[in-house]
Design a protein around this ligand. Structure first.
Ligand code: NAD
Length: 367
C-alpha cells in the first residue's frame, strides 16, 4: 500500500517524538512491504515564528491532500512564551482548533490502557491495577455545549450567562456509527454515556444510539448516566470497552480515564471525520520543560501512529506489530524517565527518546 502522511512536528518535544514515530513507521513499511511518504509542515508556535500565524491555508491544503496527519504537539510555556501575549486567535492552540474544524474532525478516540508492566503507576487500589483495563473513549468533538450559542447579559440588574447545548440527530448518528465500527475491532461492547434522566439532548442521544445499535447485533450496547460513569471509572475501569459520549462529558471522562493509567507519555489519540482520513496525536502537550533534552517519552506518538495504521489504512496486523513492540520493550525493562518507578531505578534500563524509538523499531516483526 502507498501511504501519504503529512507530519506536524510542532513545538517543544513535538519534533523529537514525531521523529521516533516516523522511524517506527518506516520500519513497519519495510517489514510489511508498504510505501510511506512524509511531508512536514509547520503549525503552532513555530509557524507563528516563521510566518506570523499558527496555521496557514496552504498547510490546511497539504493536510487535506494527505491520507492522514501525524502530529507531535504544539504550544509553549503559557506563562513565559511571547506566543501567549498575542491575540487568542493568533496563539498556537488556535491553529489546532482551526485545523480540526477545517477537516471536520468530529470523532475523537482516546484509548486508556493500563500496561501490566506499568500497573504501579495506576493511582487506584492495588486490586484494580492487578486486573488491568483497556478502554477507548469515543467523544463527539464538534457539537454540544462547546459549540452552541452563548451570551452574558444583564437581566433585572444582574448578569445572566447562557450556554446552549444542541445536538442534531445526524451528529449523534455519525459518531454512534463510528463507535460501533470501532467496537467491532475490539471487544464488541459499547457503553453510551448521557444524562437522559435530565437533558432532552441526552434523551435524543439515547434514542439515536439505540437505532444505530440495530445494525450491529453482534455489539452489546448499554447506557450509563454520566455521574455513575465517573464513579465506575475509578471503581472498576475493567468493565469498559468503548465509551461513547457527547463533547463535554467526553472532555471530562477522557481526562479521568487517562489519569487512572498514571502515565501521560503513553496515551495516544485520533480525531476522525466521516472518511478514512484522521489526525493522530499524543494526548499530552508539548512539554516545553523538557524540550531538546532527548528525554521525552515517544510512546504516545508511536501508538498514535499505530492508530493511524488501524483506522485510516485498515492495516490491523501492522498496527498490532507496533503495539506488541511497545509491550515487548516494556517487558524487557526499558523506561524513559517519566515511567521509571521511583526507588526502583536499578531494576530498569533508563532510556532516551531516540533509544526508545530504536528499541521499538527493532522489535517490529510480521509474525
Ligand atoms: P504537557 O502535557 O505538555 O506537560 C505536563 C507534564 O508532563 C510536564 O511535566 C511534561 O514534561 C510531562 N510530559 C508530557 N508529555 C511527556 C512525554 N511525552 N514524555 C515525558 N514527559 C512528558 O502539559 P502542559 O505543560 O500543561 O502544556 C504545555 C504546552 O502544551 C502548552 O502550551 C499547552 O497549551 C500545550 N498543549 C498542547 C496540546 C496539543 O498540541 N494537542 C495538548 C495539551 C497541551
Amino acid at each position: 500500500m502507498k501511504m501519504k502522511v503529512t507530519c506536524i512536528p510542532g513545538d517543544g518535544i513535538g519534533p523529537e517524538i514525531v521523529t521516533e514515530a516516523k522511524k517506527v513507521l518506516k520500519k513497519v513499511s519495510m517489514v510489511f512491504g508498504h510505501e510511506i511518504e512524509f511531508t512536514d509542515v509547520l503549525m503552532g508556535g513555530c509557524s507563528i515564528d516563521a510566518v506570523g500565524v499558527p496555521l496557514t491555508d496552504e498547510t490546511i491544503e497539504i493536510c487535506r491532500a494527505a491520507d492522514a496527519v501525524l502530529m507531535g504537539s504544539i504550544g509553549g510555556n503559557t506563562s513565559t512564551s511571547p506566543w501567549y501575549k498575542l491575540d487568542p486567535s493568533l496563539r498556537p492552540e488556535a491553529g489546532l482548533l482551526k485545523l480540526r474544524k477545517s477537516l471536520n474532525l468530529f470523532a475523537n478516540l482516546r484509548p486508556a490502557y493500563l500496561y501490566p508492566e506499568l500497573k504501579d503507576a495506576c493511582p487506584l487500589k492495588e486490586a484494580t491495577g492487578e486486573k488491568g483495563f483497556d478502554m477507548l473513549i469515543m467523544r463527539e468533538l464538534t457539537g454540544g455545549l462547546y459549540f452552541g450559542e452563548r451570551n452574558t447579559k444583564e437581566v433585572d440588574g444582574e448578569l445572566v450567562a447562557t450556554d446552549t447545548l444542541v445536538y442534531r440527530e445526524s451528529e449523534i448518528r455519525r459518531i454512534a456509527i463510528r463507535a460501533f465500527d470501532v467496537a467491532r475491532k475490539r471487544r464488541k461492547s459499547v457503553i453510551s454515556v448521557d444524562k437522559a434522566n435530565v437533558l432532552d439532548s441526552s434523551r435524543l442521544w439515547r434514542k439515536v444510539v439505540e437505532e444505530v445499535a440495530q445494525d450491529y447485533p453482534d455489539v452489546k450496547l448499554e447506557h450509563m448516566l454520566v455521574d455513575n460513569c465517573a464513579m465506575q471509572l475509578v471503581k472498576d475501569p475493567s468493565q469498559f470497552d468503548v465509551v461513547l459520549t457527547e463533547n463535554m462529558f467526553g472532555d471530562i471522562l477522557s481526562d479521568e480515564a487517562s489519569m487512572i493509567t498514571g502515565s501521560i507519555g503513553m496515551l495516544s489519540s485520533a480525531s476522525l471525520n466521516d472518511t478514512s482520513f484522521g489526525l493522530y496525536e499524543p494526548s499530552h502537550g508539548s512539554a516545553p520543560d523538557i524540550a531538546g533534552m532527548n528525554i521525552a517519552n515517544p510512546i504516545a506518538t508511536i501508538l498514535s501512529a499505530a492508530m493511524m495504521l488501524r483506522y485510516t489504512f485498515n492495516l490491523d496486523k501492522e498496527a498490532d506489530s507496533i503495539e506488541n513492540a511497545v509491550k515487548k520493550v516494556l517487558e524487557d525493562g526499558f523506561r524513559t524517565v517519566d515511567i521509571m518507578p521511583k526507588g526502583q531505578e536499578d531494576r530498569f534500563t533508563k532510556t532516551s527518546c531516540t533509544e526508545m524509538g530504536d528499541l521499538i523499531a527493532e522489535r517490529i516483526t510480521n509474525c
